[in-house]
Ligand binder design. Structure first.
Ligand SMILES: Nc1c(C(=O)O)ncn1[C@@H]1O[C@H](COP(=O)(O)O)[C@@H](O)[C@H]1O
Length: 164
């Protein structure tokens, strides 16, 4: 079994991270969704990451807001790629979470995406792009998705564009 693991620090992150799960779902990519906090439930986080890796998690996505240490702690527990998603809601509307997710010490990376909703969706795409390195079927689906996105830009432009 190979799958993407999605962790979030709180149930309150789910309304945003649901978009990540839905994006993986759309492409038929197997995933787990778990609430676990490095701060509030350190043992659960440790056990979950170790078990998930043993079961076949190929990429971890970790979302948290405020002092967002979850992704960094997940990165400390696995050598699989870890994608961090900073959540809004702290005093700096996500800038606090962005910095605490991205500013990892050398040798312990967390690939960090945008704050909030765009980041949630992009974390799923980035995870799939990593899986697609060795999955031609998924790679083809991602290429098709790019073509559809480019076509949509053209369609959206029709009716409003003025070109001299
Ligand atoms: N940053 C962390 C961690 C962690 O890093 O371990 N655990 C929870 N949180 C974050 O705290 C915020 C508020 O959580 P509550 O809404 O439960 O009070 C959430 O965005 C969560 O990700």
């Amino acid at each position: 079994m190979k799958f993407v693991s999605i962790l979030m620090g709180s149930k309150s992150d789910y309304s945003v991270m649901e978009e990540c799960a839905k994006t993986l779902e759309k492409f038929g990519v197997l995933h787990e969704v778990v609430v676990s906090s490095a701060h509030r439930s350190p043992e659960r986080t440790h056990q979950y990451v170790k078990n998930a890796e043993a079961k076949g998690a190929k990429v971890f996505i970790a979302a948290a807001g405020m002092a967002a240490h979850l992704a960094g702690v997940v990165a400390s527990l696995t050598t699989k790629p870890v994608i961090g998603v900073p959540m809004k809601g702290g005093v700096m509307e996500g800038m606090d979470a962005l910095l605490s997710t991205a500013q990892m010490p050398g040798g312990m990376p967390v690939g960090t995406v945008a704050i909030g909703s765009a980041g949630a969706v992009n974390s799923a795409y980035l995870a799939m792009q990593i899986l697609a390195i060795e999955d031609e079927e998924l790679a083809a689906k991602l290429k098709e998705d790019r073509i559809l996105k480019a076509k949509k830009v053209e369609t959206d432009s029709m009716g409003i564009e003025i070109i001299l």
